[in-house]
Design a protein around this ligand. Sequence first.
Ligand code: UD1
Ligand code: CA
Length: 455
Amino acid sequence: MSLEIVILAAGQGTRMRSALPKVLHPVAGKAMLGHVIDTARELNPQRIHVVIGHGAEAVRERLAADDLNFVLQEQQHGTGHAVAQALPFISAEQVLVLYGDVPLIEAPTLERLLAHAGPAQLALLTVALDDPTGYGRIIRDARGQVTAIVEQKDATEEQRAIREGNTGILAMPGARMAEWMGRLSNSNAQGEYYLTDVIAMAVADGLAVATAQPEDAMEVQGANDRRQLAELERHYQQRAACRLMAQGVTLLDPARFDVRGEVSVGRDVVIDINVILEGRVVIEDGVEIGPNCVIRNSTLRCGAVVKANSHLEGAELGEGADCGPFARLRPGSVLGARAHVGNFVELKNAVLGEGAKAGHLAYLGDAEIGALSNIGAGTITCNYDGANKHRTVIGVDAFIGTNNSLVAPVTIGDGATTAAGSVITSEVPAATLAVGRARQRNIDGWQRPVKKPKA
Ligand code: UD1
Ligand code: CA
């Protein structure tokens, strides 16, 4: 059956107390609405309609994509009114309604819901709640068939005692929608057009209403304020941590681990506390990540080790390579197999060959460093002249003394050595020693300055 999805995202979210539209508040680094859109995509719908209103421009700008049809709901007159705005664009047999501020909903739950929906059947996602305050209540007849949804504000005492709540997520036959939407009225406690009124209409028209429940109640939890947002964040992180542990990762403390993106992991990976993984991170077998590391858009090959307090972005560590503690690898940093970058070393657009080392306190930018070469402490590639960037190319098995300034563009040949404290401004041929510093002078009988007596 053809499927279209309508995501309601026009509400204001006053309780967020924010200039940012509610649905753009992030969970795990991604806008709540972005999560809902991605989950919607997993269902391969013909089209996704996103109903926007508050902060419409910001939402559209942030999330625009070819498969999304943004529909403006200028004034928010209720969920029924919101869906009605998308109606002119809908032609599918099946229509699924999702909420932009309910980000943890999962595709398998929606697939189960859709399995219950059909041309003569609606499907509602409901949830059993300890405290159903604020939710629409699911009204069932003596045979247990759903007959209506009554909103909290319109409910009788008796109805308010019902603990089965409406999640708001439902699937209905597209062909019937226009007629039902046309019959919605706003004569209720809130003066709104309730999408939930469709249920009683469908029942009156002789359609059946099936129900399904989420695997996990947090899937249908919305975020109305920042406390709820934080709860969703923690739940998401818990789920992400469990997933990785199930794949063979040891997390020293799953409660102190955050994923904000997509991570693929091998087996026997060990991750210490307070590690944040962002963007696309690939972690192969046997990798170890020390505490307090931030790793973004990076690849760690088999057996690589990232020691405590390192920050990696757009970096690749080859097999058995290691960095840190306190290493900073910026975009374009590539460490060959078993290469080593130690503490307080910054790399940017720099490639270290197999087994190359930069043990301490260095800045290597726009550089290519051959296998087995050693970069002394305090070495700086002077790659920027204030206008342009220039490259430093160092051959295989070179030895760069401590505290060198390598003024790029410059080339240092295979097996070359540079003396400590050198400023290297021109090519160093292979297998030579370059001494680029002033010769030491010793001055005999030198008198230290003496302090003037105070007047
Ligand atoms: C709605 C349901 C209620 C359900 C609850 C679950 C109705 C009438 N009620 O109530 O049965 O238990 O959700 O949270 O449907 N929105 C728009 N335009 C509007 C109004 C709302 O886009 O004009 C969007 C909101 O941004 C939000 C969603 O629809 O994402 C739900 O709106 P909200 O006002 O939170 O509905 P509730 O009154 O909580
Ligand atoms: Ca709500």
